[in-house]
Design a protein around this ligand. Structure first.
Ligand code: PLP
Length: 450
């Protein structure tokens, strides 16, 4: 892949915070492509006469962003092969691009495994990284050549001994996930007190333990969690050797954020790996990043379906009765917590609205689109379309423009744990169009090829 060779030397490609410089590549920038896709779509809707659904929420996905994240991964963690966590966003085009880039895939269910296999991905590029598996799924993977899977308890070992005794097993250990957005160690991971016993049982059952895995929690923020986990994994490698297992692979899981914490996280992890699992040890290193790849690649646009004016009573006392200047508004859009904003509930996110179109003007990526901190900005709360009071996207934000029914707002960084956990509550569809753009010619070439 000549592209990587070329950009390895292109240090200014990311700024100091790891952000991509839109103009480094030439051609239209990512923002221009996304903006044009958003504009065309919303300007082509006849809001007065359209059929139900034509004004539905939609996404614009920039596959170039996924490609750049892969490059960023390679630059920062060159020894670690990523197995993309499909659960995070099983978008078919994202999976196709990642498959073309040569990543592996972390799958957690039969449906995810099937989706990846149907793309022609070799089963050896899949890890069934769910320590508590469904019996029939284990039989399914056994008959489809997917051998790698995780376990963290004795019952699971007995299940695997019965259903797939030749599987390649990773012992998932517990980590300190206290500083992550979504904690996982409450539910999964063997404590270091129990690993010796588990390895003894695996040996007794004649099973094939090939590695250790961990997950520091999704949306991790403490790089030291990686250091501790790598150190613990090293202890388990030695325990396993005492039982005659020759472990070959360490799986460092996911949890990496796409913001500027990634570089620091990767730095700490890289040096821990170099200390405990140096290149000459011959140990393979893999990871299961999800959000890192897709968070920033998806922008969502939502239509304002209703508005409720809240008159400011203090303004009335000052004799401004009837003048709307001091009003604030509740705006209701056609997507919410039960839909693609499920990330607010499940992933503890705080998406920030921007104005896409108001008063007949499209204003993506302009100063007018952004929230304002000026006290004379108009205040809004933003609500989803269902009948539940919990369905609120933003409690308060201010814009310099007045939003009304038919206008559009957008949210960036909506690629991770959004669409995949959307429901159809209240009969609102969770099938939303995705318009694909690609701000990287290299990614485009790969997609055209495959
Ligand atoms: N691997 C496993 C086993 C997970 O449970 C998760 C998320 O819950 C991931 C990988 C992906 O995590 P993230 O999207 O934070 O990288």
């Amino acid at each position: 892949h000549g592209f990587f060779e070329h950009h390895k030397h292109n240090e200014q490609y990311y700024d100091d915070h790891g952000h991509h410089d839109d103009h480094a590549v030439g051609g239209p920038s990512a923002k221009q492509l996304i903006g044009e896709a958003l504009r065309q779509r919303v300007e082509n809707i006849d809001h007065e006469n359209c059929d139900p659904g034509e004004e539905d929420t939609f996404f614009v996905a920039d596959l170039g962003e996924v490609y750049r994240q892969h490059l960023r991964w390679k630059l920062n963690l060159p020894r670690v092969k990523p197995f993309y966590a499909v659960k995070c966003n099983p978008d078919q085009k994202v999976l196709q691009l990642l498959s073309a880039l040569g990543t592996g895939f972390d799958c957690a269910s039969k449906a995810e495994i099937e989706q990846v296999l149907q793309m022609g991905v070799d089963p050896s590029r899949i890890i069934y990284a769910q320590p508590c598996k469904t019996n029939s799924y284990v039989r399914y993977v056994a008959s489809h050549g997917v051998r790698q899977m995780t376990f963290d308890n004795a019952d699971e070992l007995r299940k695997i001994a019965r259903l797939f005794p030749t599987a390649e097993l990773y012992l998932r250990i517990l980590t300190d996930d206290s500083s992550s957005l979504c904690r996982l160690s409450l539910k999964f991971g063997a404590s270091l007190d129990s690993t010796d016993e588990l390895l003894a049982l695996a040996s007794e059952l004649g099973l094939n333990v090939v590695g250790v895995s961990f997950h520091v929690g999704s949306g991790a923020s403490d790089p030291l969690a990686f250091l501790k986990a790598v150190r613990d994994a090293h202890v388990v490698f030695q325990q396993a050797a005492a039982y005659g297992f020759n472990l070959k692979t360490l799986d460092v899981g996911g949890g990496f954020c796409s913001d500027n914490t990634f570089e620091e996280m990767a730095h700490v992890l890289r040096s821990a790996l170099d200390d405990y699992f140096p290149a000459h040890s011959g140990i393979n290193l893999i990871a299961e990043p999800g959000r890192f790849y897709v968070s920033d690649a998806f922008t969502i646009a939502c239509n304002v379906i209703a508005r409720r004016t809240i008159q400011d009573s203090s303004a009335n006392r000052h004799g401004n009765m009837g003048v709307n200047d001091d009003a604030s508004y509740m705006v209701y859009v056609n997507d919410g917590l039960y839909g693609n904003f499920s990330s607010i509930m499940f992933d503890h996110q705080h998406p920030e609205a921007k104005v896409l179109r108001a008063g007949g003007q499209t204003m993506y990526d302009t100063a007018a689109a952004d929230a304002t901190t000026a006290p004379n900005g108009v205040e809004y709360s933003i609500w989803g379309p269902t009948c539940d009071g919990i369905d609120r996207i933003m409690e308060s934000t201010r814009f310099n423009v007045v939003l009304d029914v038919g206008d559009w707002i957008y949210f960036e960084e909506m690629g991770a744990y959004t669409k995949c956990s959307a429901t159809t509550f209240n009969g609102f569809s969770n099938e939303h169009d995705v318009i694909y753009v690609c701000s990287e010619p290299g990614a485009k070439a790969l997609l055209d090829m495959h």
